[in-house]
Design a protein around this ligand. Sequence first.
Ligand SMILES: Nc1nc2c(c(=O)[nH]1)N[C@H]1C(S)=C(S)[C@@H](COP(=O)(O)OP(=O)(O)OC[C@H]3O[C@@H](n4cnc5c(=O)[nH]c(N)nc54)[C@H](O)[C@@H]3O)O[C@H]1N2
Ligand SMILES: Nc1nc2c(c(=O)[nH]1)N[C@H]1C(S)=C(S)[C@@H](COP(=O)(O)OP(=O)(O)OC[C@H]3O[C@@H](n4cnc5c(=O)[nH]c(N)nc54)[C@H](O)[C@@H]3O)O[C@H]1N2
Ligand code: SF4
Ligand SMILES: [Mo]
Length: 682
Amino acid sequence: METVHSVCALDCPDCCSMLVQVEDGRATRLRGDPDHPVTQGFLCGKVAQYLEREYSPDRLLYPQKRVGAKGEGRFERISWDEALDTIAQRLAATAQEHGPEAILPYSYGGTLGMLNGAGMDRRFFHRLGASRLDRTICATAGGAGLTATNGFRYATEPEQFRLSKLIIAWGANIHGANIHLWPFIVEARRNGAKLVVIDPIRTRTAALADQHFAINPGSDLALALGLMHVIIGEKLYDADYVDRYTNGFDALRKRALDYPPERVAALTGIAAADIVQLARDYATTRPAAIRVNYGVQRSEQGGAAVRAIAALPALVGSWREAGGGLQLSTSQAFQFNRAGLEMPELQHRSPLGREARIVNMSLLGKALTEMDKPPVKAMVVYNSNPATVAPDQNVVLRGLRREDLFTVVLEQFQTDTADYADILLPATTFLEHTDVYFAYGHHYLPLARPALPAPGEARSNVETFRALALRMGFDDACFRDTEDDMIRTLLNSDHPFLDGITLERLDREHFVRLNVAPGNQPFLPFAQGGFGTASGKCEFGAETLDYTPPVESRHGDNALRGKYPLELISSKNDDSMNSTFGYRASVDEDTSILHLHPADAGPRSIRTGDRVRVFNDRGSLLLKANVDGVVQAGVVRAPSTRWLKRSSDGRNANALTSDRLTDIGGGPTFYNCLVQVERCGD
Ligand SMILES: Nc1nc2c(c(=O)[nH]1)N[C@H]1C(S)=C(S)[C@@H](COP(=O)(O)OP(=O)(O)OC[C@H]3O[C@@H](n4cnc5c(=O)[nH]c(N)nc54)[C@H](O)[C@@H]3O)O[C@H]1N2
Ligand SMILES: Nc1nc2c(c(=O)[nH]1)N[C@H]1C(S)=C(S)[C@@H](COP(=O)(O)OP(=O)(O)OC[C@H]3O[C@@H](n4cnc5c(=O)[nH]c(N)nc54)[C@H](O)[C@@H]3O)O[C@H]1N2
Ligand code: SF4
Ligand SMILES: [Mo]
């Protein structure tokens, strides 16, 4: 028996280090690494059962080609040689006939591994001259908002939350989506801290909090401005910090004057007295930390909302203190040599000879059905399941059904997207390949070597793109790089955060804290200013902070609200990971539910257990009603995201979501979605 160190590759802030117990080449147990300061020896429920997935009879083991109609999911086994030849020929012919930009890579968060997520694949598509994908589906609106305010997207570390006296979970379902922050919050609360949750949904986190404010979806910008109104009006801000390290305070003060508590109460649904109290608590409790997650920014003014929330710690000076500040994502501290890994300069050696066009992944439906000059004629999907997760699903599916679209999918399982593949290639799991990872909820950089052999003929993304490059005749030396070569390149960064972190050291220590602060001292990124903006100061940017209710919301477009009066939030299910575990019966059960408030269910004669149809102009969907205390009146919730093929109507919540983009960052607005609900006949 041996114990092998590994890393959970799922799209989760916690980036857990794990120990794999291997007996006779077979894993018998997974557990969290007890030596990792954030993993602290435990895994979440969904990954504790990962060996079920690893050894599932449904794993894809061999290359296959389509034999049925598109989307039918009927395939026949072929050899790797035939698969690679077919793909190489089709891509070359497409490039020849329509130009290489007619080829679209499509990938997202299946793995947070750098090599398998943004390594050999990027080199391959750059050398080909393929369209470049703008990977907006999750976090770019918030990222743009935070960048505008702070320049650097640096964050308070999870370990410092234990020192906080007030923690605001703002659009952050910590218990469901970020469980390894929870022990630090428990510790803080043991020492008297208060936890406040701002979320339209009564999540597990909200239910466990000291206070829960059920905010109207998409109204966070108004709330942030309301808090500023009180903090500035009552002179509770840190005048010294504001003076030294920020820009635009006067304009911010004027803007906040327009958002008195009564007005903000009407916009947000939070009582005026609560807004005043929260503002006072936040400004006077030291230290106070904000955990804002991505829920806030999946709405029409999501970028501006994050901008405004990010201004709060500068306003009250909480960046000065360990246990203060704010966390959206820690990922930018991983200052890798990404350009060395991805090699964008290869585009100039492609037949295109210039930088390729950029296609926004959140507009996949339009890209496949409307894009021209050239149209998308071939798509290579890996680390993602767009048929299930992309907005405005009916248009996406129409695109995927196109007979003239050549689709390649690299997958571990036969997902909804895999059903549309012309060639389906088997991919390894994180237990089977080498990679280094970035975390978006802490500062430990881990390396994982294969703990287990790849089953059947499964290959890592790195191996597949390397083989494809060779098959296409690309003779650039970079396509012969080994995984270790690529890791060395990635770590070869000038940035001090990566000083002294080498492959050898990672092999020895398995994970290493970035040099964000000396020794074990807390990382205080903006204690003395040092913002990454052009001015070096925190930019309040009041001119960008004026609230307009989302078109698809209770205060939005009148005509639309008349037809579709309910706000649908299809946020993450606690016990799954986007669509990755969609084949599990328990996950299917959780994601086939629509939570309704009694005030909305009653007039529609809907009771718990009834089948309901949820619909708008974009599509419709069948779910099972749960009339409970999870949502406020006017809001319905569909935990997401369900596999289409598990449902009777072949649809999930994304049949209803729109492809309207956020104010900045080009992100999707999944959580601003107006619908109507009706009971289905028995
Ligand atoms: N269990 C589990 N964990 C996950 C995932 C998963 O699918 N399941 N997915 C992973 C991924 S890809 C990501 S990006 C992260 C996301 O992690 P989170 O951002 O924490 O997750 P979300 O569910 O998108 O949104 C968080 C909360 O925001 C709330 N919310 C929705 N609209 C609004 C709003 O307008 N204002 C406010 N204040 N709150 C709002 C939702 O109700 C939700 O409870 O989690 C990761 N971890
Ligand atoms: N309605 C609604 N839609 C949403 C969201 C929502 O909250 N509500 N959330 C959005 C967000 S935040 C995100 S991040 C996206 C997530 O969307 P995706 O990033 O597409 O995530 P998954 O659906 O989990 O699909 C990842 C796939 O990658 C595969 N995979 C894992 N590892 C590997 C590997 O090493 N190689 C290969 N080839 N494949 C691998 C897995 O088997 C899985 O099928 O969904 C978005 N869509
Ligand atoms: S999904 Fe997140 S919490 Fe669960 S094991 Fe993976 S990194 Fe840890
Ligand atoms: Mo995400």
